[in-house]
Design a protein around this ligand. Structure first.
Ligand SMILES: Cc1cc2nc3c(=O)[nH]c(=O)nc-3n(C[C@H](O)[C@H](O)[C@H](O)COP(=O)(O)O)c2cc1C
Length: 265
């Protein structure tokens, strides 16, 4: 099946589509770019996105579904630094569910993150039912009580057991879980990339998030009870998770990390 169509009138043979293609799918022909027999397009959409004259279209990444960049303001250096550094892990949430429309916006950004070889393959389970989250907290605590790193999570166990504090999901009203085929090799990397996009986007909707690492550990164990609890389809695995909700507090300052450790060669 032919994937690309080229307008001979519009094509100026600048070859940008060919130079941009990461998988050598295209070559220049008499009338413009042509597909190389036996090559595989990885659906990245660069050929269509880079064309200065909208001469090329690709069925795997149609021009009609690409958004013109002119619609977006460009962040300057200071704005970009603020955008990235202002994301914090939120561990205090308002007792208010996030509307489904907003949750959908979050996962819709997450699916746009870069993935290994554009493999994508990540699906999302959005948990709106607070009782399921409470049950997952209970199961997580039971599981980490018997885990080899019990000492590291002693405080979480104690605050749950003694004070009934949700030390796993921090009282967040919603949880977003990524799942993937069991045999998708880049599943964890792709999921981390996706949820990082989600975390960075959340503040623009007035939302906060926090990585659910303890839950991830519990969910990654063979035959984890979390698979049944969250109705994960046969053949899929849980690859990552973040809790989401409206933050109770806001921060006045950006924090620093360890000093930069870098070698230039
Ligand atoms: C892979 C991963 C797992 C994490 N797991 C948890 C967790 O289980 N509970 C929690 O409260 N925070 C968790 N965090 C959040 C980190 O503690 C947090 O990112 C770090 O302290 C830096 O703070 P900041 O995110 O506010 O900048 C996790 C973060 C990452 C990247």
């Amino acid at each position: 099946m032919s994937l690309i169509t080229v307008s001979e009138e519009k094509c100026i043979k600048c070859e940008l589509c060919i130079k941009e293609c990461p998988v050598d799918f295209l070559k220049m022909g008499e009338k413009g770019p042509e597909e190389i027999v036996g090559a595989n397009c990885n659906q990245c959409g660069h050929c269509v996105a880079v064309c200065p004259t909208t001469a090329i279209d690709n069925k795997k990444s149609p021009l009609a579904q690409q958004v013109d960049l002119k619609e977006f303001p460009k962040l300057d250096e200071k704005q970009a630094e603020h955008f990235l550094r202002a994301r914090r892990s939120i561990r205090n949430y308002k007792n208010k569910s996030v509307p489904r429309e907003e949750l959908t916006k979050l996962v819709n950004i997450a699916r746009l993150a870069p993935t290994a070889g554009n493999s994508q393959g990540i699906s999302f389970v959005v948990v709106e039912n607070k009782q399921l989250i409470e049950k997952a907290t209970e199961i997580s605590i039971q599981m980490i009580e018997d885990s080899p790193f019990r000492d590291l999570v002693e405080a979480a166990i104690r605050s749950y057991r003694e004070d009934g504090v949700d030390s796993i999901f921090r009282g967040a009203p919603n949880l977003i879980i990524t799942i993937a085929d069991k045999d998708l090799r880049s599943a964890r990397d792709n999921s981390v990339s996706s949820l990082t996009y989600l975390e960075l986007y959340a503040p623009s909707l007035g939302l906060g998030s926090c990585w659910a690492g303890i839950f991830e550990y519990c969910a990654s164990i063979d035959n984890s009870p979390m698979l049944k609890l969250f109705n994960i389809p046969e053949g899929k695995k849980i690859t990552a998770a973040v809790m989401v909700g409206y933050p109770n507090y806001s921060y006045q300052r950006l924090v620093d990390r360890n000093p930069l450790d870098v070698i230039f060669l």
